[in-house]
Design a protein around this ligand. Structure first.
Ligand code: FMN
Length: 382
């Protein structure tokens, strides 16, 4: 079913050109203050029509909370929020001509031709707006535990910029202020150039987002099926257009020797146990090891392009050519940064709630706080 999470459960609903899209978030602890200004800023980071590099579809993306909040805090009951669709233009979409690379044909088969195809319907990137809302709530919860999440655009098309080395809260805060967050201005210029070139040719480009979380306590996650990698990647792969996820050194770790791939375990000056490097991305055995959690997410080029492409006319059962009209992102990556961050924040909150449930049952006998971990107080999440 279309539900994510163990202790924190989410389900999203709506279609791109329907009256509204939204989310139900169940399992948030009661009493979490809801910072509406922060939520609005986060929504604007993803909202369309804010840059010459994004779709001109203009949406306010204002969130209306229908339940689960009272007098400025969460109540602990299911929180439902909606975002109205305003700026739709359904005439751009042709039901019988599925767009190559988009979900039109797969949706047609799965839903026996009954799905709302307008603007990609339920498969639209627009459905990531409710995820950003949930992510904003989760970031507020995480910040109370001194856990901070951030991301930057590391690659666009064939141009790759630098990767995180030692991310700090200041760096993550600065990245959040930018509509096109990169680790260097030169990279930004080169990446924007790649997007503008593709756009001018009626084409699109993809790229890679690198995300991290700092302050993550040791001991979140489980071995095997409940591993942090499995749970986070399942949420990241739910984001439309995500085609690859890797943790730490990811695929490139395969070409290293063990002596290079292992992160040496060291005693830090403050007495905590750390690893000297972070090639494993803050996870060993599916469980966080108190190092920054680092992952990279590959996003494909936007499927809807103005260049003519081959498809099949479903009403005539004949080959056809399609040059997609309408308003599309020439590159999804800049708008997906806040979505990837949201996924990381949501997953970490769920893991934190799971850990709190575990420790409420049986607190560890030993205090691991001197050894790099930050054990949670029994049942205390706020
Ligand atoms: C923030 C965001 C914006 C997107 N904008 C567009 C768009 O303008 N045009 C388009 O064809 N696809 C866009 N997509 C991608 C499609 O939704 C996605 O490719 C499609 O649903 C098929 O899913 P898949 O690529 O995961 O197979 C966007 C995705 C995201 C996350």
């Amino acid at each position: 079913m279309n539900i994510y999470g163990e202790q924190l459960k989410l389900s999203i609903f709506g279609e791109s050109h329907g009256p509204a899209i939204g989310i139900v978030v169940d399992g948030l602890p009661p009493g979490l203050p809801i910072d509406e200004a922060f939520i609005a800023r986060e929504m604007q980071r993803r909202a369309p029509g804010n840059s010459h590099l994004s779709t001109p579809r203009k949406e306010a993306d204002q969130v209306e909370i229908l339940s689960g909040s009272f007098r400025g805090t969460t109540t602990g009951a299911p929180l439902c929020a909606i975002i109205h669709n305003a700026n739709t233009r359904s005439r751009d979409y042709e039901p019988s001509l599925p767009r190559p690379g988009h979900a039109d044909l797969a949706a047609y088969w799965k839903y026996c031709g009954c799905s709302d195809y307008r603007g990609g319907g339920h498969f639209s990137g627009r459905l990531t707006a409710p995820l950003v809302f949930a992510g904003a709530l989760c970031k507020q919860l995480l910040s109370r535990h001194a856990i901070f999440v951030g991301a930057h655009i590391q690659q666009i098309g064939s141009f790759a910029g630098p990767r995180f080395s030692q991310p700090t809260k200041e760096l993550l805060d600065a990245l959040r202020q930018s509509p096109f967050p990169t680790l260097s201005q030169d990279s930004r210029n080169a990446m924007e150039q790649q997007i503008l070139e593709a756009k001018s040719e009626g084409d699109s480009v993809g790229g890679i987002i690198e995300a991290c979380a700092i302050g993550v306590p040791a001991g979140l996650g489980s071995p095997f099926f409940g591993s942090v990698e499995s749970r986070l990647s399942s949420l990241l792969f739910s984001i439309p257009a995500v085609k690859g996820v890797e943790f730490g050194d990811g695929f490139s770790i395969a070409s290293l020797r063990g002596s290079q791939a292992n992160d040496p375990i060291v005693l830090a000056e403050d007495g905590s146990i750390r690893t000297a490097t972070n090639r494993n991305g803050g996870i060993n055995g599916g469980i966080t090891n108190a190092m920054p959690l680092v992952c990279r997410v590959a996003i494909k080029p936007t499927p809807s392009i103005a260049l003519a492409q081959q498809t099949v006319d479903l009403s005539l059962n004949r080959s056809a050519t399609l040059a997609v009209r309408g308003r599309h992102d020439p590159c999804i990556v800049p708008r997906a940064v806040s979505v990837v961050e949201a996924a990381l924040a949501i997953c970490l909150c769920d893991l934190l709630l799971c850990r709190a449930a575990e420790t409420a049952e049986a607190l560890p006998k030993k205090d691991f706080s001197q050894e790099g971990g930050k054990p949670l107080q029994k049942g205390a999440l706020l």
